[in-house]
Design a protein around this ligand. Sequence first.
Ligand code: NAP
Length: 253
Amino acid sequence: MNLLILGGTTEASAIARALAHDARFKATISLAGRTRQPAPQPLPCRVGGFGGAEGLGGHLTTHRIDALIDATHPFAARMTRNAENAARLTGTRLLVVWRPPWRKQPADNWIDAPDMEAAAEALGPAPRRVLLTIGQKDLAAFAAAPWHHYVLRSVDPPAPDALPPRAEVIAARGPFAEAAERDLLITRRIEILVTKNSGGGATEGKLAAARALGLPVVMVARPPAPQAETVATADEALAWVERLYHAQPRRGA
Ligand code: NAP
């Protein structure tokens, strides 16, 4: 069975590891090419966009892909929409791995924001020390509120002209443990955090640390849930692949 995994997440890497030594599957992982040194992959890897839904559809057909697994990040909404459209255009089976969002706990002080502009606005008019863990793509809203002091953490440092003035940059790749997150919040004298509601355990430590320190968290809401069939975990995705394998007619039978 030919599989294409759209990656860039912990779940995609876990699926890739599990399929790498299973001779029943010929799987490839696809990365957008956003990070300079992506983690090594145990499967053949292609890098870069496909050229929209049509481009992805062409790839599915040319490579005779039997099933597409979209294991991209919950905020990679354009890619997921393209995967849905490409699967429909070509009649390819599609599964989306959509990890559950984080849920507010009683001791949390979350400020919900529908988007990055609202998140920047929620920081208010008085200067604050802010930890930004939103990646590199959405810094414009914060550059437009330059009176805050930003500490920005992302896998690669953003281009200097995208940064708010005086921003400190920490280049680091998760997972991040709660104790280290607590140290970071204390040593950098952070007063408020801004994060996307990414869900998952790898970056959840900052929420527990903020809770323990009584710090507010601006929580940016997710894009709408996918329309396609979804599962929450890599293990569930592997079970889906297994079912599909047993359901498909044997080639040559
Ligand atoms: P996006 O806005 O949904 O996608 C923009 C375009 O990037 C897509 O239309 C597609 O280009 C290309 N693309 C995205 N994922 C791809 C993949 N796995 N393989 C090949 N092309 C891909 O996505 P994004 O938010 O920029 O995220 C890019 C990648 O980073 C994703 O793989 C995602 O899993 C990972 N990531 C994202 C976040 C986040 O917060 N957004 C966090 C962690 C990891 P074409 O239209 O040309 O095909």
